[in-house]
Design a protein around this ligand. Structure first.
Ligand code: 5GP
Length: 124
């Protein structure tokens, strides 16, 4: 079920639990601003998720409320993870689903990094 992006942040969402270490994840990277881990249901050879440490429901929420420092730290972390995964030379895709039309299922902002293969058309 897609989330309602106008709802307040829910501390019990699955990615909040991953951030708190309450449920396991395949961690790829962590710094002051971001945490990256492998998607549990990969849609490409490489499918890694990057989430901000702060409590933000969506890209809309993050781009509205996050500080310049948080935004810079998070964006740099996404680029860092893609480089660490060796995706730059062949190219990759970053994506964020927002709300119902975007098909967002987890109400904590996450950037999908896809790569490791030709990714096909932008929208299937
Ligand atoms: P969305 O549709 O919200 O953009 O994407 C949610 C993503 O989170 C999906 O790709 C889904 O496979 C992934 N996901 C959902 N629950 C878990 C989980 O418990 N662990 C991990 N690693 N990924 C999850």
């Amino acid at each position: 079920m897609p989330i309602d992006p106008t709802e307040p942040y829910d501390d019990a969402n699955i990615f909040a639990k991953i951030l708190r270490g309450e449920i396991p994840s395949s961690k790829v990277y962590e710094d002051e601003w971001a945490f990256a881990f492998e998607d549990i249901n990969p849609q490409a050879e490489v499918h890694t998720l990057v989430i901000p440490k702060g409590s933000y429901v969506s890209w809309d929420d993050f781009s509205t409320r996050a500080s310049a420092e948080e935004i810079a730290g998070f964006v740099r972390a996404v680029g860092h993870v893609a480089r660490e995964k060796g995706l730059v030379e062949q190219g990759y895709r970053v994506m964020a689903n927002i709300g119902a039309h975007g098909g967002q299922e987890v109400p904590h902002l996450h950037i999908h990094i896809f790569g490791g293969q030709p990714l096909g058309p932008m929208i299937a």
